[in-house]
Design a protein around this ligand. Structure first.
Ligand SMILES: NC(=O)C1=CN([C@@H]2O[C@H](COP(=O)(O)OP(=O)(O)OC[C@H]3O[C@@H](n4cnc5c(N)ncnc54)[C@H](O)[C@@H]3O)[C@@H](O)[C@H]2O)C=CC1
Ligand SMILES: [Mg+2]
Length: 352
């Protein structure tokens, strides 16, 4: 069966469409929208838009939660018209996913200067008033969004940021033009294609068998500790990065490691977080902190970590002025890695 069969058959025959799972159908649909500008433009007519202003998503508060409102193409055109803007601006939007019913989802930033440059930035307070929401810093709102919206808005922010910072070809200096979906940009003079990029980062929870090693950087919120993280250097395998980062940051030698999971992380730029568990050589547990990288690092017992995982209100200062030891919130892969360590023994598979 050719790669295109599902898409072609879906149009021609219900019988063939039924051969594909919902997930495969959805994936093929998104593939088609990325490849075909006309199909993508058509999808905007029935699609839904998430709005941003200078990379901050429009959110509505509902109790302790944030909701991410969607807008139709019609509502968006009306909004742009009201603020004296051309609907051409909608072409700056990027495709970020679709529903199981194939409603395509897009994100559009109304604050960044449009690449077509005929559109000025829309004034934030006026737009917020009109849309009864507020453009909220994603890092602050991330943990009060449901998982689907948090993930969708992270993707959207990363993609909008990438387009904003890649408007010119690094070889010719000429403008680059995005395709309709925003899955690439092409140089107008030499046709070089640029694709959105993510930097690979390893995040490692080091254990000595009974305790785990957690650390904090000086800019972390008070009391928060996390697993060790570091960018992959060019030419390195993941195993080499884990080994180097642990040695660089806490002066320990990793003995074995086990891959756990991965996560896209939009801050400060797009990273692919690759999470691993690692053990150190027996009897070699003395931490030698690299103060250029970390403010503190320590070994924590299983019971201490289990209690910290359950803490709901980490920012509450204690009576003695100290902040309790707490861990990254649920959405962060660091949390999942630590939870995994607390809940079940890890089977180490890879020597380094
Ligand atoms: N989602 C999660 O659970 C967590 C995510 N992180 C993310 O992991 C990332 C890496 O952690 P760090 O300890 O800061 O890394 P790191 O230990 O590699 O130190 C950062 C330094 O690496 C250098 N560097 C090398 N390549 C870089 C690149 N492509 N981009 C930026 N800097 C680069 C810079 O000098 C920078 O100051 C951070 O951006 C942080 O947001 C960190 C912990 C938890
Ligand atoms: Mg680090």
């Amino acid at each position: 069966m050719s790669l295109y069969c599902g898409i072609a058959c879906r149009r021609k025959s219900f019988w063939c469409y039924r051969q594909l799972s919902t997930y495969v159908t959805k994936t093929r649909y998104l593939f088609e929208l990325k490849e075909d500008d006309d199909a993508c433009k058509k999808a905007q007519q029935t699609g839904a838009f998430y709005l941003f202003h200078n990379l901050a998503p429009l959110l509505q508060k509902s109790g302790h939660q944030y909701l991410a409102p969607q807008h139709s193409l019609f509502e968006l055109e009306r909004l742009l018209g009201k603020f004296g803007q051309d609907s051409q601006r909608i072409e700056d939007s990027v495709l970020i996913g679709c529903s199981e019913q194939q409603e395509a989802w897009f994100a559009l930033d109304l604050g960044l200067n449009s690449s077509s440059s005929i559109n000025a930035s829309l004034q934030k307070p006026e737009v917020e008033k009109e849309l009864t929401g507020s453009f909220t810093e994603l890092r602050k709102a991330l943990y009060q969004l449901n998982v689907k919206d948090a993930s969708l808005l992270s993707t959207a922010q990363a993609l909008l940021r990438w387009h904003d910072t890649h408007q010119f070809c690094s070889r010719s200096g000429q403008p680059t033009k995005k395709n309709m979906a925003g899955s690439k940009r092409v140089c107008s003079s030499n046709q070089i294609i640029y694709y959105p990029q993510m930097a690979p980062v390893v995040i490692t929870l080091v254990s000595d068998g009974t305790r785990c090693l957690l650390a904090r950087q000086s800019f972390f919120p008070k009391g928060m500790y996390s697993a060790l993280a570091g960018f992959c250097d060019i030419g390195e395998s993941l195993e080499e990065t884990v080994r180097r980062e642990v040695a660089e940051e806490v002066g320990l030698e990793v003995e074995r490691l086990h891959y756990s999971a991965s996560q896209h992380w939009p801050f400060p730029n797009s990273s692919l977080m690759i999470a691993c568990h690692a053990t150190v050589k027996p009897g070699q547990t003395e931490i030698r902190l690299n103060l250029r990288e970390l403010e503190a690092a320590a070994w924590f017992r299983h019971d201490e970590v289990a209690i910290a995982l359950r803490r709901n209100n980490p920012y509450t200062q204690q009576q003695n002025g100290a902040f309790p030891f707490w861990l990254p919130p649920k959405f962060a892969i660091a949390h999942q890695l630590i939870k995994e360590w607390v809940e079940k023994p890890i089977r180490f598979t890879l020597p380094v």
